[in-house]
Ligand binder design. Structure first.
Ligand SMILES: *Cc1c(COP(=O)(O)O)cnc(C)c1O
Length: 375
């Protein structure tokens, strides 16, 4: 059994993917070819945001967003410690300081109350250096943007949505990547919409910001190729990846529906299990289920469930075993065990089951039966 079955998806659209790749080979515009513009148009229409700026990865998308906000060394950015390293890595990379706030144990996303408390309790001068918030839509579930955007407004901060895991999800009728001032996503192969390599995009409704992002993406380009008006990066998406994404976008809305069904089936089958807590989706939200993550009663139950499934050749995963505040890479931030008790508790008990649009009901029943048979 596959944790994420990309083969099943490829079988459906293989001919279209090959046709799209062949077209790129024919025209030969491997960098910023016509597929890039076509993809950006379709992404922005899908999400309902004026501009989509494709780029080389989700990490570059976040970096470009921070650069567009002119985040500088010494600035402070608040985010969650329960996420993939890239969310906070880019903050450190440009010399700014990530400050963490704890999560809501039901959604695994930033807890707005903790977020505000963190801002208010920061000692000066740090408090004055806070520029923005990066909220993460973990496992495909949108964070609480009504509350987060209101806090940002109150303290004069920007909000970046890290929608790397949530492309296709919804928040009160709006699509992710449209929920904050600027939004970033990833097309890493295992994400809900993935290409066959690295890719990402930034979304904004603001024309000037879109121009700025396009310039940053291309070495700070000005009016022509050898006019450089700012420091930028080589952050362009390959044309071939755009061609692959165009083929995948055709079936993506249907895949989002299939993901809902698979997640619902898991939840129905697992609901009565005494030692596992199934994930909950707040009213009005739709997760795209990048991961189906459960909380075991304790780390021993988690180990036993994972071992039993592994025995039956069913892969599981832990996202994330070590929260960011305890990572050696962030040792200089000075955090210690106990600083974010909710995050640490989740990290000790969480695990994820195989999840993709082509998961068969019989496979899910097999998984749940193995879990159910455990004493
Ligand atoms: C995957 C991911 C990223 C980084 O995306 P890449 O395309 O791998 O660079 C950033 N944030 C989160 C939450 C992610 O899951």
């Amino acid at each position: 059994m596959q944790f994420i079955d990309l083969k099943a998806q490829q079988q459906r659209i293989r001919a279209k993917i090959e046709e799209n790749i062949r077209r790129v080979l024919d025209h030969g515009q491997y960098i910023l070819g016509p597929e890039i513009g076509e993809l950006e148009k379709r992404l922005s229409e899908y999400v309902g945001v004026k501009h989509a700026i494709s780029c080389a990865s989700g990490t570059d998308a976040l970096l470009m967003a921070l650069m567009a906000y002119n985040v500088k060394p010494g600035d402070v950015i608040i985010t969650t410690p329960f996420t993939f390293i890239a969310t906070a890595e880019v903050v450190s990379l440009i010399g700014a300081k990530p400050v963490f706030a704890d999560i809501d144990p039901k959604t695994f996303n930033l807890d707005p109350e903790k977020l505000e408390e963190t801002i208010v309790k920061l000692p000066s001068p740090l408090r004055g250096w806070v520029k923005g918030i990066i909220a993460v839509d973990l496992f495909g579930l949108p964070a609480d943007y009504d509350a987060i955007n209101a806090i940002a407004k109150k303290y004069g901060l920007f909000v970046i949505e890290d929608a790397a895991q949530s492309f296709g999800a919804e928040y009160h009728g709006k699509k992710t990547c449209s929920l904050a001032d600027m939004s970033c996503t990833s097309f890493f192969p295992a994400k809900p919409l993935g290409c066959y390599g690295d890719g990402g995009a930034v979304f904004t409704n603001d024309d000037n910001t879109a121009d700025l992002l396009r310039s940053i993406r291309n070495h700070g380009q000005g009016n022509d190729r050898y006019d450089n008006v700012r420091i930028g990066i080589n952050g362009r998406m390959d044309t071939i990846q755009a061609a692959i994404l165009l083929a995948k976008l055709d079936i993506f809305p249907e895949e989002v529906v299939l993901r809902q069904k698979a997640a619902q089936r898991y939840t129905e089958l697992l609901t009565s299990h005494f030692s596992l807590l199934t994930p909950s989706v707040p009213e009005g939200l739709m997760s795209v289920w990048a991961q189906y993550s459960l909380l075991a009663r304790d780390s021993h139950v988690r180990k036993r469930v994972q071992d039993a499934l592994a025995e039956a050749k069913i892969p599981t995963a832990i996202y994330y075993p070590k929260p960011l505040h305890l990572q050696q890479a962030f040792a200089s931030l000075g955090y210690k065990q106990g600083d974010f008790p909710i995050t640490e508790d989740c990290a000790a008990r969480i695990f994820s089951l195989p999840m993709h649009p082509y998961l068969a009901p019989q496979e899910q029943e097999k998984i749940v039966n193995i879990i159910g048979d455990m004493k």
